[in-house]
Write a protein that binds this ligand. Structure first.
Ligand SMILES: C[S@@+](CC[C@H](N)C(=O)[O-])C[C@H]1O[C@@H](n2cnc3c(N)ncnc32)[C@H](O)[C@@H]1O
Length: 271
């Protein structure tokens, strides 16, 4: 029987994250279009990642996906750049996207839960929307801590449990499906993205990153919470189209900024 890790790999190997924006994703132009759409929809990624901070550093990205952020790290002029992803599909895209721009990185298939690198190898470890998909997220976070040098920084986005996205999915797959007692955790695990996807409270995220010396956690509304763009790969339909037309984005931004799907975590390893 397929393990949860096998199911996660199969899910992301069937369609990489962001492929929905690429159209014919085999073409270099389509990969560039997907990246442009990413930063148009999610401009805060650049602020959080601070790609320029990679200049002259040893940088690792975990879960490169189609390689948009990885190319930005490469452009910053790191001393070395390394990228891993669980799926050959993502690795293929990322290699192609960087090569088309004349950028270089050591990109390879790998698992966040057992990073194939010695202790204290990197100054920065970056991972956007990945570690919550891995079955043993605490183990993946311990690996991030292990491969960072003393004083090194982890910049990680994982999902936040009390989010507009979660409430909408609960409405659709809980209440409207006649299962109002379904817990949000089950909704995320079964209906957001790959099977077993997890979401955390701010306190739980702090506990996950407890091995680090200094941890900052912020919450951010994303394009899914605001029903902008293609809103994930799994969800389509008339109800969603209607909700997109009527969604009170200004009110949500003003009144519910703490109910975003993204937890932005910056954690420094003791120096
Ligand atoms: C939502 S996508 C995010 C990709 C990219 N960071 C982005 O923002 O577009 C999740 C990615 O995590 C990868 N992934 C899931 N579990 C992983 C693991 N244990 N180790 C490495 N990559 C993993 C998947 O293959 C997929 O490419």
């Amino acid at each position: 029987m397929a393990t949860l890790k096998d199911q996660v790999r199969a899910y992301w190997d069937a369609q990489s994250c962001g492929e929905v924006y690429a159209g014919d994703a085999g073409e270099d132009a389509a990969l560039a279009a997907a990246a442009a759409m990413r930063y148009a929809l999610e401009p805060y990624i650049r602020d959080f990642a601070d790609f320029a901070s990679g200049a002259g550093r040893d940088v690792l990205e975990i879960g490169v996906g189609m390689g948009a952020d990885h190319a930005e790290w490469a452009k910053a002029g790191p001393r070395s750049l390394t990228g891993i992803d669980l799926t050959p599909r993502a690795i293929g895209y990322a290699r192609r996207y960087l090569a088309a721009q004349g950028l270089t990185s050591r990109i390879q298939v790998g698992d966040a839960e057992s990073l194939p690198f010695p202790d204290a190898s990197f100054d920065i470890v970056y991972s956007w929307g990945v570690l919550h998909h891995s079955p043993d997220t605490p183990r993946a976070v311990r690996e991030v801590h292990r491969v960072l040098r003393p004083g090194g920084v982890a910049k990680v986005m994982i999902y936040h449990s009390r989010s507009m996205t979660g409430y909408m999915l609960w409405l659709r797959y809980g209440l409207l499906a006649g299962k109002p007692f379904t817990r949000l955790a089950e909704i995320y695990a079964r209906h957001l993205e790959s099977p077993g996807t997890k979401a955390y409270s701010v306190a739980e995220a702090r506990a996950l990153f407890a091995p680090f010396a200094a941890v900052r956690v912020g919450v951010r509304l994303n394009h899914g919470d605001l029903l902008m763009g293609a809103v994930g790969q799994r969800h389509r339909g008339t109800l969603l189209s209607l909700a997109k037309a009527l969604w009170p984005r200004h009110l949500i931004r003003a009144l519910m900024p703490g109910h975003g799907l993204y937890l932005l975590i910056e954690a420094r390893k003791a120096g």
